[in-house]
Design a protein around this ligand. Structure first.
Ligand code: NDP
Length: 321
């Protein structure tokens, strides 16, 4: 049995692991389906403090992994499929039926890309439909691609795709972007980029093997437009990876784990949460890393016998992200 079991290996998970092991706790991290988390798809990070030159998401996560290993963290490549939080020790069972027992748990499972749910999206997933420009952009050298969304993710994806594609059309249902001003300016200056405002993608067509065309409608007058395209990148936000905790742990109406105002405690004493799985507002690697640190300190204090204090705090303060 471990002192601290961490589910998820993004910046929240690894930072929690580094702090937990450094506090002398036996610590195991279960990597989940995408070791390194969402960040491994980020080409270059310019805003993770401590790096004067941009660092790739992959390189940053590799550094975190190595640091955790040096601290004595056991890193297990497995995907948790079911959990039993009804009693302590908590039990988490992986894909190959391995059961992991732990005195405390830190959930850092992150969030996954949302999809449009329109015809053609599933059919052409991996054949022109993607949610990751860094993963798939290379296949669209000199092609024409679309990006759907108006947030930071969409703008980043569009900018990244200009490195390969001949043209990039950003399709946004609204008339202004949510993305940061600095990113919007960069996008608008890029000659390869066109923005289609007030427009929705309603159908993705292909030739049976790959995407060839989009059907778009205007959100203003429902006018339909067909656009020849080789690829479409969906960048419309994320949903938290919490389905395995359903019915066992308190989550909000969007499925995000509810944590205590003052710390990372969840509705079950001894279980803590960090990163995008409990925080939809920031989605920043550095924020997740900070929250991972908080969760590890909380778990360590809990193990040191401050259980009563935590339970009391949870009662006194409404759960609030
Ligand atoms: P956001 O929620 O910020 O944006 C989602 C976008 O998708 C919105 O423009 C929204 O439109 C649009 N959208 C949502 N659902 C649909 C739909 N069904 N059809 C069409 N369009 C849809 O998500 P992001 O992933 O962009 O960003 C999430 C958070 O992560 C933000 O806080 C962001 O700042 C942060 N982030 C920061 C980065 C950075 O700093 N480097 C990089 C990436 C993300 P509408 O505007 O009309 O609602």
């Amino acid at each position: 049995m471990d002192d601290i079991l961490i589910i998820g290996s993004g910046p929240a998970g690894y930072t929690a692991a580094i702090y937990a092991a450094r506090a002398g706790r036996s610590t195991k991290i279960i990597t989940g389906p995408q070791p390194g988390g969402q960040l491994i798809k980020m080409s270059l990070l310019e805003n993770y403090s401590g790096f004067s030159d941009p660092i790739s998401g992959l390189a940053l996560m590799d550094q975190m992994k190595q640091q955790a290993e040096k601290m004595g963290v056991i890193i297990v490549s497995d995907i948790i499929k079911s959990v039993d939080f009804s009693k302590s020790p908590f039990r988490c069972t992986g894909e190959l039926n391995t059961t992991y027992e732990s005195k405390t748990l830190i959930i850092a499972t992150g969030a996954n890309a949302k999809w449009l749910g329109i015809p053609g999206e599933d059919k052409y997933l991996g054949a022109g439909v993607s949610a990751c420009a860094v993963c798939d952009g290379f296949f669209f050298r000199n092609k024409n691609v679309a990006v759907v969304g108006g947030g930071n993710t969409a703008v980043e994806e569009a900018m990244y795709l200009t490195n390969f594609a001949q043209s990039v059309v950003l399709v946004h249902r609204g008339d202004k972007l949510r993305a940061e001003q600095i990113m919007q300016k960069r996008l608008e200056k890029n000659p390869k980029v066109e923005i289609m405002w007030n427009t929705r993608v309603v159908n993705i067509f292909g030739d049976g093997n790959k995407v060839t065309e989009l059907l778009l409608t205007s959100t203003r007058n429902n006018m339909e437009i067909r656009k020849a395209i080789d690829g479409v990148f969906v960048a419309i936000g994320h949903q938290p990876a919490t389905s395995i905790f359903e019915g066992q742990l308190e989550v909000d109406e969007n499925g995000y784990i509810v944590t205590n105002k003052a710390n990372s405690a969840t509705s079950i004493p001894g279980i803590f949460a960090a990163g995008d799985v409990c925080n939809p507002n920031y989605r920043q690697a550095i924020v997740s890393a900070g929250q991972g640190c908080v969760a590890a300190l909380d778990a360590d204090r809990f193990l040191s016998g401050e259980r009563q204090e935590y339970s009391q705090q949870c009662k006194e303060q409404n759960y609030l992200r």
